[in-house]
Design a protein around this ligand. Structure first.
Ligand code: BGC
Length: 415
């Protein structure tokens, strides 16, 4: 039989199987938390890419920004002996699962595609474990961004804030203009996303000491008290209905001009783009005032759970994710930047170009740090301890001094 005939009969067999069952051998079941409009649009790029390569998609969405709910579902699935084939995962969660010995091995595809040479080392720290590739990075997001409605900024004086004082002046002017100055959703991971940026605004060394090294003096000291003072000040610009609001609804407030700005990772840009808005014209992206030159990053990766027998679909998915064409197409829509160093920025908008440039510069300058809020500074136990204290304080349950002391205690308790 000629090769083409063999291929055709395989295709026929696969087609017949898929007519009777949605889960053919070449399916991947993908657990993820990309459920907002912008996220779903980006996910579609991945889905279509895989389908064009004959890899079927079984969707397992678990709503909830930041992925906490998705990780709870994952734990339940693994405990029940029914792990999904591919799972969206962040930083230290990947390491934690690798330590449990349940992740599949992507070495074959990684070697063939030369991932070593093109994936930034800051990401490899999580994609590799004991010299094995265990996850395929999709993107690099960063958390120290502010998304501003352009018309609201023009009405508030027109100058994008570069310092804490300028930020407060713009927020005051927006308040005086009768809109909600700061769009925010009161959920622990969102409070913690702002906290990332505020800690970084107190200095790169301070972020390094407190969030990466978990130094007790930095966690409980004067500077941390000042961080909580700033959080308390920002809290005063949030509307009364902020509790529990999803992050994309906060983005919508800015998109619609009901609010002036949102402090959020660059997945927020996906919402602005989905709403047909253009950076520079309808909205601005700036680094959180006082953090210019530094980047707190997180990277969505797909970890593959070990499968019995052939893992062809997983390998194909991993190869597709790292292909330069996909990295550009996906990240243009998602708001993130490529997880490879050799992808052109030609198709990216101004915020995307700035994101790529900032990342490269911060990496060079030693001012690229893992995001605490998004699982890249410390393992989940520490992250959750930080969430608890930051949220309790944000809701008025702790004074600034108490919060700093409690932060050190809570982190210490889980180390
Ligand atoms: C993920 C993003 C996602 C965001 C909001 C972050 O932790 O890295 O991909 O869009 O959460 O859901």
């Amino acid at each position: 039989m000629r090769l083409t005939t063999i291929a055709a009969s395989f295709a026929l067999a696969a087609g017949m199987t898929s007519a009777v069952s949605s889960a053919v051998a070449a399916d991947v079941e993908v657990l993820h938390w990309w459920t907002s409009g912008g996220e779903a649009a980006a996910l579609d790029v991945l889905k279509q890419d895989l389908e064009s390569q004959g890899v079927g998609w079984k969707d397992m969405p678990v709503a909830g920004g930041g992925g906490e709910a998705a990780m709870t579902t994952l734990r339940a699935r693994v405990t029940a002996g029914n792990a999904p084939t591919a799972v969206q995962m962040l930083g230290f969660d990947i390491t934690d699962w690798a330590n449990e010995g349940v992740l599949g091995n992507l070495n074959a595809v990684a070697e063939e595609e030369n991932w070593d040479a093109v994936v930034p080392t800051a990401l490899q720290a999580f994609s590799r474990h004991d010299d094995n590739w265990i996850a395929a990075p999709v993107n690099v997001h960063s958390t120290n961004w502010v998304w501003i409605n352009k018309a609201a900024l023009d009405a508030a004086g027109g100058k994008a804030p570069e310092t804490w004082e300028e930020l407060l002046a713009v927020l005051d002017a927006m308040q005086a203009n009768g809109i909600t100055p700061l769009a925010h959703g009161g959920q622990p991971w969102q409070d913690a996303t702002i906290f990332d940026a505020v800690v970084l605004s107190m200095g790169n060394d301070f972020y390094q000491q407190s969030m990466i090294e978990l130094d007790m003096d930095a966690l409980s000291g004067e500077k941390m008290v000042e961080v909580f003072q700033r959080m308390e000040t920002l809290r005063s610009y949030v509307d009364d209905n902020f509790s529990g609001r999803d992050w994309n609804l906060a983005s919508a407030m800015v998109i619609e001009g009901k609010a002036g700005m949102q402090m959020m990772g660059d997945w927020a840009k996906g919402e602005f783009l989905k709403a047909g808005q253009t950076p520079g014209e309808d909205f601005l992206c700036i680094r959180f005032p006082g953090t210019q030159g530094a980047v707190t990053f997180n990277s969505d990766q797909f970890a593959m759970f070990g499968q019995e027998g052939d893992n062809d679909a997983q390998q194909k998915m991993a190869a597709a994710i790292l292909s330069p064409g996909f990295q550009s197409a996906f990240n243009v829509v998602k708001g993130s930047v490529p997880a490879r160093t050799d992808v052109s920025d030609a198709d990216f908008d101004d915020c995307g170009k700035k994101g790529m440039n900032d990342l490269a510069e911060a990496n060079e300058a030693g001012s690229l740090f893992g995001s605490m809020a998004h699982g890249h500074a410390a393992p989940a136990a520490v992250k959750n301890a930080v969430y608890d204290v930051v949220t309790q304080h944000f809701n008025g349950g702790l004074s600034n001094e108490e919060a700093a002391e409690e932060l050190a205690n809570a982190v210490d308790a889980v180390l």
